[in-house]
Design a protein around this ligand. Structure first.
Ligand SMILES: Cc1cc2nc3c(=O)[nH]c(=O)nc-3n(C[C@H](O)[C@H](O)[C@H](O)COP(=O)(O)OP(=O)(O)OC[C@H]3O[C@@H](n4cnc5c(N)ncnc54)[C@H](O)[C@@H]3O)c2cc1C
Length: 288
């Protein structure tokens, strides 16, 4: 079993920032990542709200972070963690390849966005977005569409309506009651939408869908997939979670189990953004 002072589970921004702070305190730290360091960054085309960049791609930020991780000599391990045991002083992470133990563990395994299950992935970053807060400003004064299920897109639509010209919610269920009470003139809602598909050449140009078997088309600049998200917490049932399954942590980012920390999108917090994951990581790395 490989032993460390601090193990970071997940190599997104939250995990990398945690490791940077722990390493600079002289800790023997490693990041365990199943895919690629950078996490969600690789799927972000354009970022306007990361400090010191007017505009930067997620890939550029990921590459810069990876250089910093290498420069500081932080160990990275390519493995998928499939089980954990936090019951004794030495915390155990069980990977597909090996077992690891550490005095402290920082969980930074992020969340999963529910997908439409159509062809939306082909247009990710080219008109399709999973994050209204992140990308609304790129569609200022444009007409946009929100994919929704049982009203899951309403919050995102309200966010978008602040900057976009119009927002059409395409909901898979009957939303006639909401439509009746909707007071926002920029927001229109279409109920019982089936077979929603993205159409375009290099980028999204329109969406097609069916209502009562009738084929419809809307010309639009963007489709926001707002079908909910779930934190990747299936391994962490021993920790206290909030009602939506996010890990609860205190001001030191420490969870209900001592020396187990949670940072970034997986932690119960109001805003899921890069700077928040960085801040969480700094605090956890400083205390782990
Ligand atoms: C499309 C999109 C656009 C966005 N745009 C912006 C923006 O413009 N500005 C902004 O501030 N924020 C933006 N965000 C939000 C921001 O990207 C996230 O808040 C942030 O990246 C979360 O970082 P994280 O480290 O918590 O999680 P992640 O980046 O999700 O990293 C989690 C990592 O853990 C790994 N992992 C998970 N489970 C395991 C396991 N069992 N074993 C090993 N590894 C595991 C995953 O492979 C992944 O690499 C956007 C998000 C999306 C989806």
């Amino acid at each position: 079993m490989r032993k460390f002072d601090v193990l970071v589970l997940g190599g997104g921004v939250g995990g990398m920032m945690s490791a940077i702070y722990a390493k600079r305190r002289g800790k023997n730290v490693a990041i365990i990542e199943e895919m690629m360091l950078g996490g969600v960054l690789w799927s972000i085309e354009k970022i306007e709200n990361f400090p010191s960049y007017s505009e930067v791609s997620g890939a550029t930020l990921a590459e810069n972070f990876i250089k910093q991780i290498k420069h500081l000599g932080i160990k990275t391990i390519s493995d998928e963690i499939i089980d954990v045991d936090f019951s004794s002083e030495n915390k155990i992470l069980v990977g597909k390849k090996e077992k690891y133990s550490a005095k402290s563990v920082i969980i930074a395994s992020g969340l999963t966005y529910n997908k439409l299950g159509s062809n939306e992935d082909e247009f990710l970053g080219r008109g399709v977005s999973y994050c209204a807060v992140c990308d609304a400003n790129f569609y200022k004064d444009k007409a946009v569409v929100v994919a929704s299920r049982k009203g899951s897109g309403i919050k995102g639509a309200l966010e978008l309506a602040e900057v976009c010209k119009s927002v059409t919610i395409l909901d898979s269920e009957d939303m006639s009651i909401y439509a009746k009470h909707n007071k926002n003139e920029k927001i229109k809602i279409i109920s019982n939408v089936k077979a929603l598909k993205v159409v375009g050449e290099k980028k999204l140009e329109s969406v097609t869908f069916k209502v009562e078997d009738k084929e419809e088309k809307i010309v639009t600049s963007a489709l926001f997939v707002e079908l909910g998200k779930k934190p990747n917490t299936s391994l962490f049932k021993a920790l206290k979670l909030d009602e939506n399954g996010y890990i609860l942590a205190d001001e030191y980012m420490e969870t209900s189990i001592k020396k187990v920390f949670a940072v970034g999108d997986i932690r119960a917090g109001k805003l899921k953004q890069l700077v928040c994951a960085c801040s969480d990581g700094a605090i956890a790395g400083q205390n782990a």
